[in-house]
Design a binder for this molecule. Structure first.
Ligand SMILES: CC(C)(COP(=O)(O)OP(=O)(O)OC[C@H]1O[C@@H](n2cnc3c(N)ncnc32)[C@H](O)[C@@H]1OP(=O)(O)O)[C@@H](O)C(=O)NCCC(=O)NCCS
Length: 234
């Protein structure tokens, strides 16, 4: 059972919000909710502000902004203390996988948003974070995305946690949901990978991944996956 996140009032560089901060192994994790910030938001770089302005759907804009703030706060906590948040830029690989760039350095970050909570983890190596809302699902969801061994004996909250674990693992691999969810079987103590997930894991030098749980709020499951040891692949 993972830790329940504790939110406290947070403000800085033109924003106010409630934020929860904790560590998962070598990673700094920050969750943000109830964000209030003017437009333009002082914690964004000019490139990020232009990307934000291009988002027209209010819900998407709010989660994008909350994810950026969580990522910058996590990056500041892990690597870039004392640096203005607008100088810690969230950029994306061609796959969509985010990373932090600051004053010529880069570091790993992962972002997720669900039901008003935005979260990010920053760390020295491959990592993934996912937040999912527990909700009733169509029977096909259980059947199509999980092996029989993964489904066995689990209630809705446990299956949501398992989904979050898979997504966090696929984000750590930089794949997102571009691979088959059955490419990772998480029924045992170690993930069993196949297909595109296995090929990518090989490419990254087969890092040993650790999975940790956290509870962002009632009805939400959070999972973070990180490499146990630093690899020399980037
Ligand atoms: C990325 C993806 C896993 C997001 O899942 P989700 O549950 O909808 O959203 P989450 O809030 O948990 O995560 C979103 C964040 O994942 C990150 N992300 C995107 N692509 C990623 C990748 N390849 N690897 C790691 N992280 C990725 C982004 O930072 C994104 O947030 P942002 O757009 O605000 O920066 C999923 O949408 C995806 O892989 N999409 C591309 C492939 C696809 O569309 N497949 C069909 C879907 S069934």
């Amino acid at each position: 059972m993972g830790a329940r996140a504790v939110f406290a009032a947070a403000d800085g560089e033109g924003f106010s919000a409630a934020a929860a901060r904790f560590r998962a192994g070598p990673c700094s994790v920050v969750l943000v909710k109830d964000l209030s910030a003017p437009s333009p938001a002082p914690f964004l770089s000019p490139v990020e502000q232009a990307a934000c302005d291009a988002l027209k759907i209010p819900k998407r804009k709010a989660e994008w902004l909350g994810g950026r703030l969580a990522a910058k706060l996590a990056g500041a906590g892990a690597f870039f203390p004392e640096v203005p948040l607008r100088e810690i830029e969230v950029r994306r690989e061609l796959t969509g996988s985010p990373f932090l760039a600051c004053r010529g350095e880069r570091s790993h970050v992962s972002i997720s948003h669900s039901a008003g909570v935005c979260g990010a983890a920053a760390g020295p190596d491959f990592l993934g974070l996912d937040i999912e809302e527990t909700a009733p699902r169509h029977p096909g969801w259980y059947r199509d995305y999980f092996s029989p061994a993964e489904r066995e004996g689990k209630d809705e909250a446990a299956m949501t946690g398992l989904w979050a674990a898979k997504e966090a693992l696929f984000k750590a691999l930089g794949l997102g949901l571009s691979c088959d969810t059955l490419d990772a079987d998480l029924s045992g103590p170690e993930p069993v990978l196949r297909g595109k997930a296995l090929a990518r894991w090989d490419e990254l030098g087969r890092p040993a991944f650790v999975l940790e749980s956290f509870h962002p709020a009632p009805g939400l499951e959070g999972r973070v996956v990180f490499a146990k040891e630093r690899s020399n692949k980037r």
